[in-house]
Design a protein around this ligand. Structure first.
Ligand code: ATP
Ligand code: MG
Length: 302
């Protein structure tokens, strides 16, 4: 079997096949389904389906069967206490973490695996990397290359991974820097930029491969408070653009304004999800209520 690992749960493989066959069928029971994208941002790609995903680190199970669907152009915001599995879930979506059970598809294509002979086989590294070009990810720490300018950071992947010409990549790179309000800082190095500016370059870089979906893991939590809004404003604009977004954040005001669906996670499970109004104003579960009573200021308006 060389470098390709086969997953034991052939049941999952069978389910994937069944799901393909019944593409129009309803989602399995227990799946959290995000609201459809609104009419002002029609989108045709970027459907994310997470089905019964499990993940353990050693003896600790940190994802205990998570199911979540986000439609093309949908904006799902994941909130929950520290250690509840939010980052781990995001990392499974681009196969930075392998899942131990369940599976994830993007536009119907399995992430990280292929089905052969009723078993899930992990993709080869080069196919995983290729698949990852469809999935942009922005981390808390901006992870820019310090020796490259803002523009060079943005155009590196299109040139290396997509073999675009330098001229074409530069043109597109400048458009993207313009989109995040940084066209005039294209030649600055990361050390010459504020944290908020660096994070906006990181967002432009994530957009450069024209991803189907964008994942954000606490994109503003390393920023000084006065720089948070400039980054959230860029994400707000993206939310209107039709790109599917899955955002982990502690910024509840942002979640309320931008999310189609707020997903509350605790202890490796989705406790509940719904519109911001449902989750903030009328949570069904005591765990949700208790969490928000600690993190939301009394003056927060739904
Ligand atoms: N690589 C790893 N090895 C071992 N344990 C891990 C690893 N990554 C995460 N964990 C554990 O998994 C659990 C979930 O972690 P995760 O980072 O997903 O939580 P989180 O909800 O993102 O928390 P936070 O809000 O603090 O970022 C934690 O108990 C964490 O210690
Ligand atoms: Mg985290």
């Amino acid at each position: 079997m060389s470098i390709i690992a086969a997953r034991k749960d052939s049941a999952a493989a069978a389910q994937v096949e069944e799901k393909k066959a019944a593409a129009s069928a309803a989602a399995p029971e227990g799946t959290t389904t995000a609201q459809p994208a609104s009419a002002d941002r029609p989108a045709t790609r970027g459907q994310v389906d997470i089905t019964n995903v499990r993940k353990s680190f050693g003896a600790t199970e940190v994802l205990k069967g998570v199911s979540l669907s986000v439609p093309p152009g949908g904006v799902a915001v994941i909130v929950g206490p520290s250690g509840s599995g939010k980052s781990t879930l995001l990392r499974t979506i681009n196969h930075l973490e392998k899942v131990d059970g369940g599976y994830i598809t993007i536009d119907g294509e399995l992430v990280g695996y292929e089905v052969r002979g009723n078993k899930l086989h992990e993709l080869r590294e080069k196919d995983i990397l290729k698949q990852r070009t469809h999935i942009g990810m922005v981390f808390q720490s901006f992870n820019l290359f310090p020796h490259l300018t803002a523009l060079e950071n943005v155009i590196e992947a299109p040139i290396v991974a997509q073999k675009r010409s330098k001229a074409e990549a530069r043109k597109r790179g400048l458009e993207l820097l313009d989109r995040v309000g940084l066209k005039d800082r294209a030649d600055a190095y990361p050390r010459q930029l504020s944290g908020g500016q660096q994070q906006r370059v990181a967002i432009a870089r994530a957009l450069a491969l024209d991803p189907k979906i964008l994942l954000f893991d606490e994109p503003t939590s390393a920023l000084d408070p006065e720089l948070v809004n400039e980054v959230l404003d860029v994400i707000r604009e993206l939310a209107k653009s039709g790109t599917t977004l899955i955002v982990v954040t502690h910024e509840m005001g942002f979640a309320r304004d931008v999310a189609d669906t707020v997903v509350f996670m605790d202890q490796g499970q989705i406790v509940e999800s719904g519109t911001p109004q449902d989750i903030f104003a009328n949570p069904r579960e005591e765990r949700t209520r208790s969490f928000f009573s600690k993190v939301i200021e009394p003056a927060f308006n739904i």
